[in-house]
Design a protein around this ligand. Structure first.
Ligand SMILES: C[S@@+](CC[C@H](N)C(=O)[O-])C[C@H]1O[C@@H](n2cnc3c(N)ncnc32)[C@H](O)[C@@H]1O
Length: 314
């Protein structure tokens, strides 16, 4: 897998993809099909976090707008961001060849500033059962009984806790770490480093993380520093630590989870637990098979707003 460095970018190109045929009205299946295709083209990294923004359960929206999921999906395209315009145009041609006249596409130029502020706008303080997670420097006061966690999102970092997958993982950490008492946690695809900060607050001593974006590595390090959490966070597309970990967390798109499964298992301490999220029910079977083939069994099968979160145990 290639490591893309987003740091020098000032503009991005957004390729919007939508489908006009009823054959594509099943959102989860379409997402999975497009993602597999993008992965085969070596492009899945550019969709990370963006395709995840497509809510898999739009009940609230549907009630408000009077639209069905099918109508909403055809209007709500998938988006692929790329700092290189020529690559977006090439992808556009390839999509036409693959999906024919059923696919509708548009390329727009967006400044990083507008992309970043769009992410930032979405991050506001929220409470979990034990924590109150706020943007760094937010003047909002902490509700009694909750531990305040300040997270700097610096724009495009996914992992402010707003996404259903992140919330599902936080819930498992809050509920289960008391029993599991892990001494070490590895977070693969750490984003803002939110799980490392929470693990520190929950008493975990050894913390490590990986990220494929050097910008996000800095964001995660900065958030850990703010929280006084000592964590080793590396720019890497595969975890390769000498140590083994009691808990490994990976909230990444399913093709990446498939690809990384052997590496994740290799980093797991005996009896350790692997928490994975970032996929929907239809994608779960093959992932579970892959994990079982590596000697893992399913310990917890949870979901939040249509997104699955599975805990495997070794
Ligand atoms: C969906 S976000 C999750 C962020 C945060 N951990 C959370 O759960 O809220 C996935 C993150 O994984 C990173 N990523 C994607 N592929 C990766 C890989 N092979 N190794 C490490 N990080 C990866 C992306 O850059 C992105 O920040």
């Amino acid at each position: 897998m290639v490591i893309y460095d987003y740091n020098d970018r000032t503009m991005s190109f957004e390729l919007l993809i939508s489908f006009t045929s009823k054959a594509f009205s099943d959102r989860a299946h379409t997402k999975s099909r497009v993602m597999s295709w993008l992965e085969a083209c070596g492009r899945s990294d550019f969709v990370e976090g963006v395709i995840d923004g497509v809510d898999m359960e739009l009940t609230a929206y549907e009630a408000e707008s009077g639209q069905t999921s099918e109508e909403r999906f055809s209007e709500s395209p998938l988006a692929v961001f790329d700092p290189v315009e020529a690559r977006s145009r090439k992808l556009c041609r390839e999509l036409h060849v693959e999906f024919g006249s059923d696919v509708r596409m548009a390329i727009c130029e967006i400044s990083d500033e507008s992309w970043q502020s769009c992410w930032r706008d979405e991050f506001s303080a929220f409470a979990t059962s034990r924590f109150f997670i706020t943007p760094l420097g937010d003047p909002i006061s902490t509700p009694p009984g909750l531990t305040r966690i300040e997270i700097e999102d610096r724009g495009e970092a996914f992992g402010t806790g707003q996404h259903a997958t992140t919330r599902a993982i936080i819930k498992i950490m809050e509920e289960k770490f008391i029993d599991w008492m892990p001494t070490s946690v590895l977070d693969v695809g750490t984003g803002t480093g939110i799980y490392l900060v929470l693990a520190h607050e929950l008493g975990v001593k050894v913390l490590a993380g990986t990220e494929i974006s050097s910008d996000l590595v800095e964001v995660a390090r900065s958030n850990c520093l703010t929280a006084n959490a000592r964590a080793e966070i590396c720019l890497a597309n595969r975890p390769a630590f000498d140590a083994k970990f009691d808990v490994i967390i990976a909230n990444i798109l399913v093709p990446v989870l498939h690809d990384l499964m052997p590496d994740l298992v290799a980093q797991l301490a005996p009896g350790g637990r692997l928490i994975v999220a970032g996929f929907v029910e239809k994608e779960q079977g093959p992932l579970v098979q892959k994990a079982k083939a590596q000697g893992l069994t399913v310990a917890i099968d949870a979901q939040e707003l249509g997104w699955k979160c599975v805990v495997f145990v070794q």
